[in-house]
Ligand binder design. Sequence first.
Ligand SMILES: [Zn+2]
Length: 165
Amino acid sequence: MRIGSGWDRHLLSADRPCRLGGVDFPDCPVGPVGHSDGDALVHAMIDALLGAAALGDIGRHFPDTDPQWRDVDSLDLLARTAALIAEAGWRIGNVDTTAILERPHLEPRIEDMRAALAAALDIEIARVSVKATRGEGVGPEGRGECVTARAVVLLIPTGEGGRES
Ligand SMILES: [Zn+2]
């Protein structure tokens, strides 16, 4: 088996739509700044998946200098990453993510995020965990300036033709 970790952070700005964990928060007055939709939670998950398979990072596969990825739905990048992982001979055991932010309040949409992420990864919802915590007034997250996300993933070899366990 292989383990991977990911980390991402995006500034929050008043002139941006808010999308996190593949779910829209239309009532949120701020949204993540980014070349793509700025979905830090999905980006951390992509880096964890690529890291576990030793396939580099999100910037290598989806460079923000490439206009192809401008304003792209990060769930699309996640699905593409899942395909890369499968091609390399791995399947996902589980993914666990934590978002640190003041707003939007993620808790009411946690199940929607799990469903969206699991669908993009083409795995059971039971294998996808999303947690949210607040900055408690400390640091840039606590001041509401940014969203930070962490992810950990476990990959399992697909057996026939797969990598070593
Ligand atoms: Zn990002």
